[in-house]
Design a protein around this ligand. Structure first.
Ligand SMILES: Cc1cc2nc3c(=O)[nH]c(=O)nc-3n(C[C@H](O)[C@H](O)[C@H](O)COP(=O)(O)OP(=O)(O)OC[C@H]3O[C@@H](n4cnc5c(N)ncnc54)[C@H](O)[C@@H]3O)c2cc1C
Ligand code: SF4
Length: 329
């Protein structure tokens, strides 16, 4: 049985206290929400904080406010189950509810939060193992070792960004608000992720995610398609989020295709968007955009399924995600 290491557990009741405790804890402090990612990682000694600071009792992080015409604010500690069941999210932002519904199992969705999902550790077959297994291969670059077993000549870790909501938030242009003892900042979801499996977030460890701001609904639609072995439980080994905004004429004015689950950061395929902008969404344009996604997708051999097949699936899943957005005839 894997046991948690000893740590100090703090449960602040205000944001001010939470960031103060984090500032005092220094580099050995870490926030926790539902703990469905952090605690297994601690049991495997992949992450070893000495002070763990819960964000679950902070009222501001547990609220959903706003409306679809001005934009919705979702607190970082709102659980995935609450996201799936919230009537406004289901009605106005169905892509967010449906992507959340694909995450893990009902029990884990009752614990796991939107904030934890957006800040999930990157994953790799050589890393998501217990301590003894990793010791058996002399560890790897991401933790305790000096070789990358996926790309032995590489000085970079290729562990994969494996959250279902990340590609969706990047595609729809969500904004994330962080607070620390040094102040507050708001970043575009697209700017948060770094293409490095170790240093995967453009964020300091002491910054706490407070909320996620969804953009107003003004003519855009989005969809998400997820590839995994089992229809429940499994992490994505490819996720495609598609976003289009159409003018009254029916022509696409803005588009984004974002691939998750294939690289250390979500991959925005600008070439795919270019195939769509200025056209109506028809099978020919969808095919061209899917081809562009296929060209850009370069999954590595560090998750489930053969990576060359996952590359082919990038085309198929882009086709499906965009077809979901075709106007009903
Ligand atoms: C069996 C299993 C299957 C899973 N399947 C999926 C899946 O299919 N898709 C998927 O996307 N995920 C999956 N997960 C991962 C995880 O359950 C979810 O991503 C969940 O949403 C994580 O949320 P959490 O609140 O539990 O995060 P936590 O474990 O509490 O935190 C995750 C990370 O975020 C940081 N953090 C959390 N909240 C804050 C905050 N407010 N400010 C700053 N840092 C913060 C923590 O320090 C930690 O680094 C799975 C996990 C398991 C165990
Ligand atoms: S990609 Fe390489 S360095 Fe990163 S976790 Fe996997 S084996 Fe380790």
């Amino acid at each position: 049985m894997m046991r948690l290491p000893k740590f100090l557990y703090r449960v602040p009741r205000t944001i001010q206290d939470a960031v103060k405790i984090m500032a005092e804890a220094g580099p050995t402090g870490q926030f926790v929400a539902g703990g469905t990612d952090l605690y297994p990682n601690m049991k495997r000694r992949q992450q070893t904080p000495r002070t763990v600071i819960s964000v679950m009792k902070l009222p501001e992080l547990n609220q959903i406010s706003g409306d679809p015409s001005s934009g919705l604010r979702i607190g970082a500690s709102v659980t995935l189950t609450d996201i799936c069941e919230h009537p406004v999210i289901r009605e106005a932002y169905p892509v967010v509810a449906s992507a959340a519904r694909t995450i893990s199992t009902p029990i884990l969705r009752n614990m796991g939060t939107i904030g934890g999902n957006l800040l999930l550790d990157t994953r790799c077959n050589y890393y998501d193992q217990n301590y003894e297994w990793r010791k058996g291969i002399n560890f790897c670059l991401k933790k305790d070792g000096d070789v990358c077993w996926v790309a032995p000549g590489s000085t970079k870790c290729w562990a994969v960004q494996s959250s279902d909501l990340v590609p969706v938030m990047v595609a729809i242009g969500a904004k994330l608000r962080f607070v620390s003892s040094l102040g507050e900042r708001v970043v575009d979801a697209a700017g948060l992720y770094n293409d490095d499996g170790i240093d995967y977030l453009h964020k300091r460890a002491d910054e706490m995610l407070v909320d996620i701001q969804l953009p107003p609904i003004n003519g855009w639609r989005a969809s998400y398609r997820k590839l995994r072995r089992r229809g429940a439980f499994d992490f994505p080994v490819l996720g495609v989020a598609a976003f289009v905004e159409t003018a009254k004429s029916g022509m696409i004015e803005r588009a984004r295709i974002v691939l998750g689950g294939i690289a250390p950061s979500p991959l925005t395929v600008h070439e795919a968007a270019r195939e769509l902008i200025g056209h109506s969404l028809d099978p020919e344009r969808i095919q061209a955009a899917a081809e562009a996604a296929y060209v850009k997708a370069r999954p590595l051999d560090n998750t489930d399924f053969v990576y060359s097949w996952r590359k082919q699936m990038a085309k198929q899943y882009t086709l499906r995600a965009l077809t979901d957005l075709m106007p009903a005839s």
